[in-house]
Design a protein around this ligand. Structure first.
Ligand code: CO
Length: 134
């Protein structure tokens, strides 16, 4: 069911610093920062030949990333994103398999303008999983 790895997301305290690490130290191509108030984050994408790294900085008072950074002071891997062909079919399959879909199970529009869903980390080896319709 899952297809390509779309991105790995890393939560950071300081997006400017994180961009400098990826751009200047690692020599990667880094996109401009985009605020996504409905997700409580500011995002930057690092474009690699075979996938992307999503750098996430908290935006607003009750950002889900702020809570993550309380537990992970230096930042860290926040989620992985896999592509699926049909997000509704994928959701229905996962629910049937007993997996928990976060946020009531209705897809939201994600950072790439495509429908996304998040799956409970306890059902997926301790890792928050994002599904994005390809
Ligand atoms: Co993501």
């Amino acid at each position: 069911m899952i297809g390509r790895l779309n991105h790995v997301a890393i939560a950071v305290r300081d997006l400017e610093k994180a961009c400098a690490v990826y751009r200047d130290t690692l020599g990667a191509r880094v996109s401009p920062a985009v605020q996504q108030p409905e997700h409580g984050v500011t995002t930057v994408f690092v474009e690699l030949p075979n996938t992307k790294i999503e750098l996430l900085e908290p935006l607003g008072a009750d950002s889900p990333i702020a809570r993550f950074l309380e537990r992970n002071a230096d930042g860290g891997i926040h989620h992985v994103c896999y592509e699926v062909d049909d997000i509704i079919a994928a959701r229905d399959h996962l629910v049937e398999k007993g997996a928990r879909v976060l946020g009531g199970g209705e897809p939201k529009i994600g950072a790439h303008g495509k429908p996304v869903l998040f799956l409970h980390p306890k059902d997926f080896c301790g890792t928050l999983v994002e599904l994005e319709q390809a």
